[in-house]
Design a protein around this ligand. Structure first.
Ligand SMILES: Cc1cc2nc3c(=O)[nH]c(=O)nc-3n(C[C@H](O)[C@H](O)[C@H](O)COP(=O)(O)OP(=O)(O)OC[C@H]3O[C@@H](n4cnc5c(N)ncnc54)[C@H](O)[C@@H]3O)c2cc1C
Length: 390
């Protein structure tokens, strides 16, 4: 029996009414055909300003997966979770906008998040997405080593400046800044930039962290090379380890452009690769700090077991665990209860702007085998448990 099955701990923050609502919502998104139609309709109506749809979204998907429309509104959730020893990682979840004004606004928002997190243990990390600071196309061109036009060169300088400013501020405020990972055809450009920042700001400890997607082939070798460089140049490394969120897109592009699929051949291979990363970093704690961003119970338990076998305390500052808000509370709340460093990514932003994030969550919960079934099973179990108390 899983150690993550205690629903009393998992849903300590939720009223029975909230549980009933979550149960209804996960039931709705469990049926792909229903969600398929729903998602297209949702994108269309939101884009075309149907306020009543926005209201429905706010009271359903948004409420389940987001903290609020602003950092301030999300603060209630932050305080609530922190009572259970769970940190919050504000995730400014605006996606799909590619103009300089939006990039500047996002950069400013991330700086505000850093200031908000300063000296605040309830906010252990600040995070941003590479495409929040620059166009996907531009990263791709950089990765291909393409000659940029003059205006593209200026644009790229601005991207680099945004990275520098947030990392510098994070360093000054002693707040960890973590960079998300995206598609493989732009990720090397991101890795290079983040590595530069690590080298600059991680001399005393890991302030700048990158993300490694273990569904990709060759990532253990990548990790080894990073470690060698950090040892030679004397700085610390910090990584979030995830499996990876863009598998279908990655496979489709590799097929279309006829290059080797960069993704592990099957789920087991990804799982093995993830677990190899857990093993690797726990053997190099002198240099590497880690954040295991996963809803996978086995990987989480593996990391916990390795910690125990090395006699590390549960809250060792080099090891963190994290899940997304609205999912896998059974893992996060158990970890918090046992005083591990546990956090939730807490997305926020105007309802209209976070719809791409929400539709991905809904789609993921239909496509990740078993995830919705697991959520529903736990919700039902807790509702039943509470009924029997009456
Ligand atoms: C806190 C947090 C932060 C995250 N940040 C990022 C990020 O920055 N970038 C990012 O890309 N993702 C990110 N993710 C999402 C993550 O990559 C996964 O998509 C998601 O968490 C599901 O994987 P899992 O380990 O939780 O669970 P599991 O359900 O065990 O694994 C599902 C994952 O396994 C892999 N997989 C499934 N089928 C196959 C197959 N046939 N062949 C090979 N691999 C397969 C895929 O990666 C799939 O998402 C984040 C997740 C969390 C919890």
């Amino acid at each position: 029996m899983s150690i993550f099955n205690d629903t009393k701990i998992a849903f300590a923050d939720k009223s029975t009414q909230q549980l009933e609502k979550a149960k209804w919502m996960f039931t709705m998104i469990q049926y792909p055909s229903l969600t398929g139609i729903g998602i297209d309709a949702l994108n269309f109506t939101i884009k075309n300003n149907f306020p009543f749809v926005e209201n429905i979204v706010k009271n359903t998907l948004f409420e389940q997966f987001c903290g609020g429309v602003s950092r301030e509104e999300s603060s209630k959730v932050v305080q609530q979770m922190y009572k259970h020893h769970i940190g919050s990682i504000f995730d400014y979840a605006i996606e799909g906008k590619e103009d300089e004004t939006t990039f500047d606004i996002t950069c400013e928002e991330i700086k505000q998040n850093i200031k908000f997190a300063e000296g605040n243990p309830a906010i252990p990390f600040v995070v941003f997405k590479p495409t929040g600071f620059g166009r996907l196309y531009l990263y791709t061109e950089i990765q291909k080593n393409k000659e940029l036009t003059n205006s593209e060169k200026q644009e790229w300088e601005k991207v680099k400046q945004r990275y520098l400013e947030v990392c510098q501020l994070a360093y000054e405020k002693n707040v960890i800044i973590m960079v998300d990972a995206e598609e493989s055809w732009m990720q090397s450009a991101v890795d290079d930039l983040v590595n530069e920042m690590m080298e600059k700001f991680n001399k005393e400890k890991a302030i700048v962290w990158n993300t490694i997607q273990m569904y990709r082939t060759g990532r253990i070798a990548y990790l080894e090379a990073d470690l060698k460089k950090a040892q030679e140049k004397n700085y610390f490394l910090g990584y979030k380890f995830v499996r990876g969120a863009y598998m279908e897109k990655e496979r489709a592009r590799a097929k279309e452009l006829n290059y080797p699929d960069p993704i592990q051949p099957n789920k087991q291979a990804t799982d093995d690769n993830y677990d190899a990363a857990v093993e690797f970093v726990l053997n190099h704690l002198d240099k590497i700090a880690s954040f295991f961003g996963t809803h996978n119970e086995k990987s989480t338990e593996l990391a916990m077991d390795k910690m125990k076998s090395k006699n590390l305390s549960n809250d060792d500052y080099r090891i963190h665990f994290g899940q997304l808000y609205g999912m896998s509370d059974n893992i996060t709340y158990y970890l918090g209860n046992q005083k591990y460093n546990a956090s939730k990514y807490l997305p926020y932003g105007p309802v209209k702007d976070v719809v791409p994030y929400l539709t991905r969550r809904a789609q993921e919960n239909t496509s990740v085998a078993g995830q919705t079934g697991r959520e529903l099973g736990l919700l039902k179990k807790e509702i039943e448990r509470r009924k029997n108390l009456r």
